[in-house]
Design a protein around this ligand. Structure first.
Ligand code: GAP
Length: 521
């Protein structure tokens, strides 16, 4: 598994991902995709769009689907009438409880602070937690190991242990529900604080970014940057139904930016404040929703493995009943084993008819589906159920990068290589004239221009061939094509494959077929 700092450094060095507005010190939770990164992320989004919309065949029953179904696309506005967010529950409820440290001015998500007491003594003498002095540290309760918390806050912990008159603490005891209890809060040391009792009580913090539409900045002009693309689909349900001639079951897919004022953006692009989602709202009959839920869980899981993620790094985790949103009848997450821990890439939820019912109530517009085939009058109009596979394009891109990163040796020399699936690779092939003379640049240029009509390809005539290979390996380029003296007479070139480093002689006219088979799409 790649160390995160190595990946971040490769991304910066090779132009995949930069901190946003870096020359001004950046902006926390915002990232820019450089020349290689933009190609990679576009390929991720294109692969998703092709697989769920463009290449979907609604005339046959495919991929183990319970029945044939239709898929259409949408691109809705990012700014919407604020009533949308009242109906969806985001204005009232889309919030995280957070606590502030009055001294350091740091802000934490309450559910991402572990409160613990130091333990003294060992098992034989009966280790005891010292609850007079508590300590809060960022981490995931139940997940972050105690040793990690102690190591990160070593100096502060040592100072507190000294204050307690003890020697080295033998461990920690996690104290539940301490932040909501004023007595306990008064005894908690926040990270970096010089005294206990500096944390505020947890307060709800709405994650939506507010803005104003038009010239007036008052209550009547408030609008929100959308925190998910899903609601743009729900409010267009009737428009699509009336114009696209679709019948149940069918799905509407959308890719677009979403914004959340995350309290604690972290882990590179994993939790950002501006990110892109790839969402499907799949409409079906209530009685069929459990089957479609199962179908989409499996189908979305397979999408990642088909694009090269190693199955052992991917988990499909069913939510516990107490994790479910109040409207959801089921939810599973596709989780990836990131270097910072197993975390969500995509959620697949059975959202019932909650959203359409809410929009029907708030807008006063009938959102029911009309089934002219129903034999009984009472069954003719109803609100469909919705299965929602909701993926993050940035998280997917990060997972593909993590999974592809490798260090190995070629000819006794260390190399860094991104073993990206050819469909995702930012550059599909690089063309090298062996030397910059004797007609080789002309032939290489001809190949470059020919391949460029179909794919993003590179041309490189600088430096030794080995160095040129290394540069492309780091960029994840699956094939390097070298034009040599023989190419001028036999119209063939040497194709070197990135992962195996094997080389084969291929006719210039066969290159497109050779690459096309692996790239697909
Ligand atoms: N419409 C449902 C919805 O938005 P979500 O679990 O909040 O559900 C769906 O988000 C996906 O969007 C997540 O699985 C993740 O991939 C991505 N996502 C959510 N918050 C994100 C953030 N702060 N940074 C990057 N990606 C995020």
């Amino acid at each position: 598994m790649v160390a995160m700092d190595k990946l971040v450094s490769l991304c910066k060095r090779r132009g995949f991902i930069f901190p946003s507005s870096e020359i001004y010190g950046g902006l926390n939770g915002c990232w820019d995709y450089g020349p290689l990164g933009v190609e990679l992320k576009r390929n991720v989004k294109q692969a998703w769009w092709d697989d769920v919309v463009r290449l979907h065949d609604d005339t046959t029953q495919q991929d183990g689907a319970p029945a044939p179904y239709s898929m259409v696309g949408l691109d809705s506005a990012l700014l919407m009438n604020p009533r949308v967010w009242e109906a969806s529950g985001h204005v009232g409820g889309f919030s995280d409880p957070m606590v502030d440290c009055r001294e350091t001015r740091n802000r934490y998500r309450a559910d991402q602070l572990v409160v613990f007491a130091l333990m003294f003594g060992d098992d034989e003498t009966g280790g005891r937690p010292h609850e007079d002095v508590l300590f809060a540290a960022p981490g995931e309760p139940g997940k972050t190991p105690a040793s990690e918390l102690l190591a990160v806050h070593r100096r502060q912990v040592a100072a507190i242990a000294k204050r307690l008159g003890g020697g080295q603490p033998s461990g920690i005891a996690v104290i539940d529900a301490a932040l909501g209890d004023a007595d306990k809060r008064a005894r908690i040391w926040a990270p970096g604080a010089s005294a206990p009792g500096t944390l505020t009580a947890p307060r709800a913090f709405n994650l939506m970014f507010k803005t104003h539409v038009g010239a007036l900045e008052d209550h009547s002009s408030v609008a929100y940057l959308r925190p998910e693309t899903a609601q743009g689909i729900f409010v267009n349900f009737k428009n699509v139904l009336d114009t696209a001639r679709v019948r149940l079951p069918f799905g509407i897919a959308q890719i677009g930016k979403a914004f959340r004022n995350e309290i604690n953006p972290r882990n590179f692009t994993f939790r950002s404040r501006e990110f892109e989602q790839m969402e499907i709202e799949f409409f079906c009959r209530r009685s069929e929703a459990p089957q479609w839920y199962q179908f989409w869980r499996q189908r979305r899981f397979r999408w990642y493995t088909a694009l090269g993620i190693r199955p052992e790094n991917l988990v499909l985790r069913e939510h516990e009943p107490d994790e479910l949103a109040h409207y959801a009848a089921g939810c599973a997450d596709v989780e990836y084993a990131f270097p910072f821990g197993q975390s969500e890439l995509e959620g697949i939820a059975n959202r019932t008819d909650f959203d359409l019912a809410q929009h029907m109530e708030f807008s006063g517009k009938d959102q029911r589906y009309f089934d002219d085939q129903a034999s009984e009058e009472k069954d003719k109009r109803f609100l469909p159920y919705v299965i929602e596979p909701s993926a993050g394009a940035d998280r997917g891109t990060l997972a593909f990068l993590c999974d592809a990163y490798a260090e190995d040796e070629v000819g006794g020399q260390p190399r860094t290589v991104l073993r990206l699936h050819p469909r995702l690779a930012p550059i599909k092939a690089a063309v090298f004239p062996l030397v910059r003379k004797e007609g080789m640049p002309e032939v290489a240029g001809e190949i470059f221009r020919r391949l460029k009509r179909r794919w993003n390809v590179a041309y490189d005539d600088k430096g030794a061939i080995g160095r040129r290979y290394r540069r492309q390996d780091e960029a994840g380029t699956p094939w390097c094509i070298t034009v040599d003296g023989d190419s001028l007479t036999d119209r063939s070139v040497t194709v070197r494959e990135r992962d195996s480093c094997e080389q084969q002689r291929v006719g210039i006219d066969e290159l497109e077929t050779l690459f096309g088979e692996s790239i697909g799409g």
